[in-house]
Every structure is written in structure tokens, then in C-alpha cells.
Design a protein around this ligand. Structure first.
Ligand code: PSZ
Length: 500
């Protein structure tokens, strides 16, 4: 029923499509052939500026209940399709931000609607189990079919969790448990360990640390927040831990043109990492693990080379620290590989890889030795959600069936080339275009102009996100094709041309 309603509304909105009659100022890019994504709309269609009156009304209503400072507008998820998010005022926008990078194959993908319409799946949707104690019969099969089919090299174990923060938080605990057992030489805690931990004291609560990077984002829960260093407002007023923070390379783009300078910058950061590991060991707070994003996302889409990550991985190994790669934002295909760390070309890329967002369920893959040695050490009520595994298995089928990683590479190239062209055309406004696959970003001359551009492109029907101090980031779904790239580039070009 849901799907027939959607197709009727889809047909209606196509008839009402205003895009075809939109004024043209188009000289950046040519239209690419329309795509095979039949369930997609064929362009943005704007009826009001955003947020429109209905969104404003609802924001006021919700404001009586919650802080609504971050709400952009209210959505009509029934009418949203493919790459287009429809709002409650009937505006249809090309979504290049996808719910903070978390929609893998677009809105209302027919394959997912079909899955949800299957009566055999009803009980999975209705009965959310406490997975750690009472998993359903098909759980091992579903994990094998979904998450294990995309397990990173060297990892055959996975722990599901609810969200990204919850995954990282538990991954940190797994690293600490591993480290202490390694120190003890066995996994039997002493009586003193057991009594001291109850009052937050060593040796039961040891003074161990996790090394993170300036500009990194790993979540907002207490432990994760100690490793998050992207914006002060995230951390303000919350007590934190005395853990080491290393500089993340600040590279010059395009990377190919600055290989020597960038290699020097990376060497400087790596040296600092080793110094910090030694310093914290001397302080009596040894580094049990290093956590890093393959591309720092919230912090401004900061890249580092495969060489940097390979060296960092070796430093971790040399000093006996676990190596945790946070793929919450980079994982799931948008860099052109399923995991961004695959671009490093390593046989042993990490000890732990955490995920969420496009994977629909949170969790982390880990090497065998990071499996907690006793029950209830890594544990909570839900420990994930089997209905999300069901959806993920189908998302993975669609990714394979439609060769979406190849598509991402193709549309990513078109996107980055378009950004290079615009950057050459508007050197006073744009700089540092960068990206891998469709995981791209560009810097704007200042924060105010960045925000102005974000609002103007939105009013013209394109949703983008900011990151860092003055970057715009691109986080489309995996079904974002060259055709959509050109729709976007034309609109951005219009906005830039009008910019005073
Ligand atoms: O402001 C926020 O809380 C945001 S905006 C984008 C995110 C969070 N990203 C979440 C995220 C991430 O990008 C990385 C690399 N690691 C961990 C997280 C935390 O995931 P959630 O939000 O699911 O807890």
C-alpha cells in the first residue's frame, strides 16, 4: 500500500515539476544522460523559500517541547524519493547531504519498500530483541549475509551497536580490556582490581589513554568526546580526560601538486604522535589505542595520504597500541571503495573498524584478540537492531547489483572536476577542492559567505552541508549519478554568479 501511494504521489509531482521551466544560466557543465534510477525525480522543484511556512509552524510547535535550534526544516518522507528530499511545504530538493551522510541508496528505494512489505519480515520489525541475551534464529545468518560480507581485511568478528558514538565507546572499552589483559599476561583480575574499580580507582580503573587527532570527531558521549576535537561547542562544560591529542596533517590541495610539502607535513605529525606516546607512557597514562578517521569529516574534510596511515599503523604496532579506524562517516561506499581504509592498500589496516550511518546499524569489526573475554563486558540492552541488518543485507545487494561503487567513482570524478572548474572561475570565493569518490569538499573564502551559499543553494533546491570552519561538504547517496552532479554544478554556478 505504501508503495502504491508513493508512486501516485510521484507521478503527480512529476506533472507539477517546475524544474523544466526554470531560468537557465548554464555554462559550467552539460547535461549528462538521464539515469537508470527510475524511482528518482528528475530535478528539484521549489515552491517556497526554506524553511517554508508549514516548517516554521512545526518548528514553533516542536520548540515548545525541545530545543529546535538545529532544525533546518520538516520533511515529508513519504514523498521523498531517490536523491530528492521533499519538505512539508512541497519543496523537492536534490539531497547532497543525506541526513548527515547516512542514506545509502536514496529515499524510499523500491527494494527496501518491498522488503518492508514482506509479511515474513513483520516480526523482525515489531519485536526488538535484547540481542546480547535473546537473539532470533536467523541472527547469525543475517550477520553473515550483511556485515560479515563486507568485513575489512583480517576481521571476522563484528559487534553491532546502536549508533556511531555507542560503537566507538564500546570499541574503546574493547581496546582497554585487550591492553590490560596484555599487561597482566592473563585475563584473571585480582581482588584489588575488582574492589578498586568499584570506586573508580587504579588498578581496576587503570590510567590508560587513547590518542586522537586535532580536528577529529568520534561522537559526543563522554569517552568519545574526549577524542573529539572539531568544535568547542561540542565539548564545552563537560569534564574530560587527560588523553594525548596529535596534530592531523594540514595538506595542500590538489594533493598531486604538493607531494613534497605534504610528505613533510605528514612526517611532522607522525613524529609528534610518537613523542606523545612516549610522553604519556612516562606520565603513567600509556596509550592503549589510537583512533583516527580515514578522512576527518566534521573537522573539515581533511585528508592524509595512504603513506601516512601505513606509517601510523606501524607506529601503533611498534608501541603496542591498538589501531582503531573510525569509518562511521567514510564507510559504506562513498569514497569509491566500501571502506575508505581500502585506499591504503594494506593487508593489516586496523585492529578495530567502527561504523554506523550508511551501514544503518552501528557497530565495530575487530580482530579476534579484541573479543571481550567474559560476557557482559561489551554489552547493553539492544546491541543493535536486527531490522537494520535486514535492510543492510538488501542495501548491499543493491550496491552489488547496480555496481554502485563504480558509479560513485564516476560521479565523484565529475563532481571533483566540476569543483575544480568552478574554483578556477571563482578564485576569490572557492579554494582547496578535494575528495575521494563523491566524498568531496571545497573551502569558501569565509564562514559568512559559506553560510550564505548554503542557504542560497538550498532555496534553489540543493541540500549541502558545512564542515570545519569554512568548508562545504558533499555527502550524496550512492545512487548520485553524473546527471545529478550536473544539476548541482549548474545551480552552484548560478549562486556563485549572483554572489556579490
Ligand atoms: O553534530 C553531531 O553530533 C554530528 S554531525 C555528524 C556526525 C555527528 N557524525 C557522527 C560520527 C562521525 O562522523 C564519526 C567519524 N564518528 C562518530 C560519529 C558519531 O556517530 P553518531 O552521531 O551516530 O553517534
Amino acid at each position: 500500500m505504501a508503495s502504491s501511494l508513493i508512486s501516485r504521489q510521484f507521478a503527480l509531482s512529476l506533472q507539477k515539476n517546475l524544474w523544466l521551466s526554470a531560468p537557465a544560466c548554464r555554462y559550467v557543465s552539460k547535461a549528462a544522460p538521464q539515469t537508470q534510477v527510475e524511482f528518482d525525480y528528475d530535478g528539484p522543484s521549489m515552491k517556497t523559500s526554506v524553511p517554508g511556512p508549514r516548517s516554521q509552524e512545526l518548528t514553533k510547535q516542536l520548540g515548545e517541547i525541545q530545543n529546535v535550534g538545529a532544525v533546518h526544516f520538516f520533511c515529508n518522507y513519504e514523498e521523498s524519493r531517490g536523491n530528492y528530499l521533499v519538505d512539508v511545504d512541497g519543496n523537492r530538493m536534490l539531497d547532497i547531504y543525506t541526513q548527515i551522510s547516512s542514506i545509502p541508496i536514496g529515499y524510499n528505494h523500491p527494494a527496501l519498500l518491498k522488503l518492508m512489505a514482506n509479511p515474513n519480515n513483520l516480526s523482525t520489525l515489531v519485536n526488538r530483541p535484547a540481542l546480547g541475551i535473546l537473539p532470533p534464529e536467523n541472527f547469525p545468518d543475517k550477520l553473515t549475509e550483511s556485515l560479515l560480507s563486507v568485513a575489512p581485511t583480517g576481521m571476522s568478528r563484528v559487534q553491532t551497536m546502536a549508533c556511531g558514538s555507542c560503537s566507538n565507546e564500546n570499541a574503546f572499552k574493547a581496546m582497554f580490556i585487550w591492553y590490560r589483559n596484555k599487561e597482566r599476561g592473563h585475563n584473571t583480575p585480582s581482588d584489588e582490581d575488582l574492589s578498586s574499580c568499584m570506586i573508580n580507582q587504579a588498578p581496576g580503573c587503570p590510567d590508560l589513554s587513547i590518542l586522537s587527532f586535532m580536528g577529529g570527531f568520534h561522537g559526543r558521549t563522554m569517552g568519545c568526546l574526549a577524542t573529539t576535537h572539531s568544535k568547542a561547542i561540542h565539548k564545552l562544560d563537560v569534564p574530560s580526560l587527560d588523553w594525548p591529542i596529535a596534530p592531523f596533517p594540514r595538506l595542500q590541495y590538489p594533493l598531486e601538486e604538493f607531494t613534497r610539502e605534504n610528505a613533510q607535513e605528514e612526517a611532522r605529525c607522525l613524529e609528534e604522535v610518537e613523542d606523545l606516546i612516549i610522553k604519556w607512557r612516562q606520565k603513567g597514562k600509556p596509550v592503549a589505542g589510537i583512533v583516527i578517521e580515514p578522512i576527518q569529516a566534521e573537522g573539515g574534510d581533511n585528508h592524509a595520504s595512504p603513506d601516512f596511515f601505513r606509517s601510523l599503523r606501524n607506529i601503533a604496532r611498534k608501541h603496542g597500541c591498538a589501531f582503531h579506524v573510525d569509518e562511521v562517516q567514510t564507510g559504506g561506499g562513498s569514497t569509491g571503495k566500501f571502506w575508505a581504509h581500502e585506499h591504503w592498500g594494506m593487508d593489516d589496516p586496523a585492529d578495530i573498524v567502527s561504523f554506523s550511518k550508511k551501514l544503518l546499524t552501528g557497530g565495530f569489526f575487530h580482530k579476534d584478540e579484541f573479543q571481550a573475554d567474559k560476557p557482559y563486558r561489551i554489552f547493553n540492552t539492544w546491541m543493535g537492531d536486527p531490522s537494520k541488518n535486514l535492510l543492510l543485507a538488501e542495501v548491499l545487494n543493491v550496491i552489488h547489483r547496480e555496481n554502485l561503487l563504480e558509479e560513485v567513482t564516476r560521479s565523484g570524478k565529475a563532481l571533483l572536476n566540476g569543483l575544480y572548474e568552478l574554483q578556477a572561475q571563482y578564485p576569490g570565493i572557492l579554494s582547496r577542492a578535494r575528495g575521494q569518490g563523491t566524498f568531496c569538499a571545497i573551502d569558501i573564502c569565509d564562514d559568512a559567505t559559506r553560510n550564505d551559499i548554503l542557504l542560497k543553494t538550498r532555496d534553489k533546491g540543493v541540500l549541502l552541508g558545512g564542515c570545519g570552519d569554512r568548508s562545504i561538504r558533499f555527502r550524496p547517496a550512492l545512487i548520485f549519478k553524473e546527471y545529478h552532479v550536473h544539476i548541482f554544478l549548474n545551480i552552484l554556478n548560478d549562486v556563485l554568479a549572483q554572489h556579490k
